[in-house]
Design a protein around this ligand. Structure first.
Ligand SMILES: [Zn+2]
Length: 252
């Protein structure tokens, strides 16, 4: 898997010490597998927690990135230009959080927040995974809606040809949580002539969607509502809390 392969890339180093291992249920065969929690420092970005699950019984593997409830002060927007034949560009590492919107304007293609789990992958990995997702249920579709299926096939071919850098394209990543990242091969991103990164202020609407506290008139508190309101206040200081460490998910 792309996310797993990312662990071997030299630009990312795990902190010394063994990863934490937790026995957890395999989502595919329901036997016990192992979830490894690994802290990783990504240069020019931040520390992330990579949760990687592996099942010795059926070979199921999946991985997910977590941010321990921390979010950036500002949103981040990346703009990456990939020229045809630039294989180095499609190998750039990408961290995609749950809040990120990814788009390829040339294909009028967009991956909305929450449609793929948070992950550590590459440009190629993102596009291949998207093509794979679209291919799901294609067999049924071919029988019932052959025209739609043909359009999807044609589109997936384009996505895959982007994933292999056979055609040039632009990848845009916009993340109001600031927790997404596109690797630069330059020490100073400002010197990267293919990649730009800009910060932006979150709008109230963006914050609300992320589950953050938004400053506005407090609703009137009725005695019965007090517990709910207090709970909401406590949670709102942070992004949604770290999910259960033993939770595993099917590959997207
Ligand atoms: Zn299994």
């Amino acid at each position: 898997m792309a996310g797993m392969a990312g662990m071997e890339q030299q630009t990312i180093q795990a902190e010394p010490g063994a990863p934490i291992e937790i026995e957890s249920l395999c989502p595919r065969c329901e036997n016990n597998g192992t979830t490894r929690l690994l802290m990783m420092e990504i240069p020019h970005f931040r520390e992330i927690v990579l949760m990687a699950f592996e099942c010795p019984h059926c070979g199921e593997r999946n991985s997910e990135v977590q941010f321990a409830g921390l979010i950036g002060e500002k949103g981040r927007k990346y703009h990456l230009r990939v020229e045809p034949g630039d294989l180095r560009a499609i190998n750039r590492q990408v961290v995609k959080s749950d809040h990120a919107t990814l788009s390829v304007p040339e294909l009028e293609f967009e991956i909305e927040p929450g449609t793929q789990k948070a992950q550590l992958t590459t440009v190629e990995g993102i596009l291949s995974a998207a093509a794979k997702n679209l291919q799901q249920h294609q067999e049924e579709r071919r029988k019932e809606y052959p025209e739609v299926a043909a359009k999807i096939d044609a589109f997936c071919e384009k996505l895959e040809s982007c994933a292999r850098a056979e055609m040039g394209f632009t990848l845009e990543v916009s993340d109001p949580s600031g927790n997404s990242y596109v690797e630069s091969y330059e020490q100073d991103v400002a010197k990267d002539d293919r990649l730009t990164m800009t910060y932006f202020e979150r709008t109230k609407e963006m914050s609300r969607k992320m589950g953050l506290k938004v400053e506005e008139e407090e609703p009137e508190i009725k005695p019965d509502d007090r517990t709910t309101v207090r709970t909401r206040g406590e949670l709102s200081a942070r992004a949604p809390p770290l999910r259960g460490a033993t939770r595993t998910r099917l590959p997207s």
